[in-house]
Write a protein that binds this ligand. Structure first.
Ligand code: ATP
Length: 309
């Protein structure tokens, strides 16, 4: 984060001059954490989403370091226009899957395709433009709330920014700030809570409106009630636009309604199916679900205060 703080501030002040195609903020955020090891092929062509956004991992193996495999022979399909959840123990490689899809790293064997095209054969720009992510932690720019949301689409009007904020359950909070959408946030502005940040990140994604959407623990800092409202709105958008979406989540209550739930273990798919099928299976998912349901019932009363400022 330290290394990039200067360029990010710089971008914040001149962003109006930057073209959307050059400025994919999620990409930038993720760049903070990784080395760029991938190269575009000289004859790469733009990704064409001619099947609605089917994502396939075919026998994918990947390790950051040779002695420690993260994904081993992973095969999975994320069907077009469906909501898919990826669950599994901490450190099992869920965020790595997102990094591979964005092509921050290349797989060591197997392949990843989107609508049948190997992602190594398409231009990086077209790939990253097609994918939107709400990452685990979204840094804010030292700029106004309005501009922070508008990074999703620099051509958006004020009305579009407000509409996105409403759907992301953050409009009322913004309205309550001393200067509303003109309030400065980030290190040099007002500090806002983790849950508010997450909702600003969702507003950005709604404005960007990419064909493929990834949510990496995107609502983990919200109280249960706000989380339910936000997820309801997100589900509405996904259905309305028939978008392919992937949710990485620890709290199974946020994903149990997914069309497919993929359970990872030891770098590969341990189970997959709908919530009902997986509960019936009596496997890992079923165990996790029972454990979390018990916790949920015990903690239910306290959770409403989780986001107090
Ligand atoms: P969580 O649920 O805790 O977010 P995750 O399933 O998303 O975890 P990843 O972030 O994909 O897990 O990480 C998988 C493993 O790879 C972890 O053990 C992590 O320490 C390791 N790892 C992640 N990034 C790197 C990196 N750049 N270099 C080396 N190891 C890494």
């Amino acid at each position: 984060v330290f290394q990039l703080s200067v360029p990010l501030n710089f971008l914040g002040s001149v962003y109006r001059e930057l073209r959307q195609s050059l400025l994919d903020m999620e990409t930038l955020f993720n760049l903070q954490k990784v080395n760029i090891a991938v190269q575009e092929k000289p004859n790469a062509s733009p990704l064409t989403l001619n099947q609605g956004g089917v994502v396939r991992f075919e026998n994918v193996s990947f390790a950051y370091r040779p002695d420690r495999p993260i994904l081993s022979d992973l095969t999975m399909t994320i069907p077009a226009g469906r909501k898919v959840a990826i669950v599994g123990p901490s450190g099992c490689g869920k965020s790595t899957i997102l990094r591979l899809l964005f092509r921050f790293y290349d797989v060591q064997s197997g392949r990843i395709t989107i609508d049948g095209q190997d992602i190594r054969d398409v231009t990086l720009e077209s790939l990253r433009k097609s994918i939107g992510v709400v990452p685990q932690d979204t840094p804010l720019f030292n700029d106004t709330i309005e501009h922070n949301i508008r990074y999703g689409n620099v051509d958006a009007s004020h009305e579009e920014v407000v509409a996105a904020a409403k759907r992301a359950q953050v409009h009322d909070i913004v309205e309550g700030l001393p200067e509303g959408y003109a309030t400065q946030v980030g290190e040099r502005g007002m500090m806002i809570s983790g849950g508010e940040k997450q909702r600003l990140a969702v507003s950005r994604l709604i404005l960007k409106d990419p064909p493929l959407l990834f949510f990496d623990e995107a609502t983990s800092a919200l109280d249960t009630h706000t989380e339910q409202l936000l997820l309801g709105n997100i589900n509405g958008i996904l259905k309305e636009k028939a978008r392919t979406s992937v949710f990485v989540a620890h709290r199974l209550r946020t994903i149990y309604d997914s069309d497919v739930i993929i359970v990872l273990k030891d770098g590969t798919v341990a189970e997959q199916g709908t919530h009902e099928q997986l509960v019936e299976n009596n496997g890992i998912y079923s165990e996790l679900w029972s454990a979390q349901e018990m916790l949920f019932t015990e903690e239910g009363e306290e959770e409403g205060q989780a986001e107090g400022r």
